[in-house]
Design a protein around this ligand. Sequence first.
Ligand code: ADP
Ligand code: MG
Length: 360
Amino acid sequence: MARIDLDHIRHAYGANPKSEKDYALREVHHTFRDGGAYALLGPSGCGKTTLLNIISGLLRPSHGRLLFDGKDVTGLSTQLRNIAQVFQFPVIYDTMTVYDNLAFPLRNRGVPEPDVDRKVREIIRMIDLESWTSRRARGLTADQKQKISLGRGLVRSDVNAILFDEPLTVIDPHMKWVLRSQLKQLHRRFGYTMVYVTHDQTEALTFADQVVVMYDGGIVQIGTPAELFERPKHTFVGYFIGSPGMNVLPVKIDGRTARLGAETIALPGRPETAEGVIELGIRPEYVRLGREGMAMSVSKVEDVGRHKVVRASLEGHPIAAIVGEDEEIPAEPKLSFDPAGINLYADSWRVDFDRSDRGA
Ligand code: ADP
Ligand code: MG
């Protein structure tokens, strides 16, 4: 397995890119640690597949270099990069049996037959196709075929990295969960460098140690699930992760306080900048309902099982709060913000607070 350096990578599909808009991938300059489990998370069209195909060598970037363990592989084919890639839809040999499909990548590399057999049987068990071992792939269902594809990606242990591009799209929900847990276990056991593309936050947050959030052709934040939750670097990360996402409210700054219409909100410190469009971000988990605080009106209460989501209006802005399943909502509730959950943004990017008392 290898460390992967993305060195000032940019990509435009068209021949003569003129402006930033012409780039499917704006500047990406990052390192994927050897043995790390990464998820590339973002909405459709943000550049996830483009980045993955650049790592695998299916696509040559228009600018920048790609290094595996310090060695420049930008000009090397997928084959020479020694990468396994699993795509969204099955890529298998229809006329071969399930067994031979899985054995193929190993035999191709001259792996001795007893080792092929051991490894293939282990993978067949994992993808739950034991009773289909000698069947030709042609007659199988789409999700069985995709399981073979997944297995083909996992069968070799000598690869530099395993890349997955939304591999569970056609798999039924229960099996999705099973396969995702198995991928995670495999990662723990063998320490593969894995990069997993998905637009589904649950998938990303359960699979990865590090989640790479992409937006509009760029990486906006790389962090652990906890970091993305507590300290979203960009308002997009706040919206995109969480259910419901972070509340973002336009405010004006006055020393250590933020003004939202007629209300005043104490900040955890003096913001390091107050230039640009200033917004306060607070996740619904940190919005409290009680008898003291800011005036609000409740528009809807959604019972989502383990908790309730209260939809309300605060100074004319929609706001969501999460309250416990058994928590009473007072007749005329007031809102307050837990200071631990307050983030501030200038032109959508997070601003730090100076927490020393001088600013008081
Ligand atoms: P994602 O995988 O996040 O959905 P993609 O990497 O597939 O996003 O696409 C990023 C952008 O590049 C999109 O605007 C898409 O339309 C464009 N794009 C993707 N593939 C091609 C291609 N082969 N030719 C031209 N444009 C492409
Ligand atoms: Mg894609």
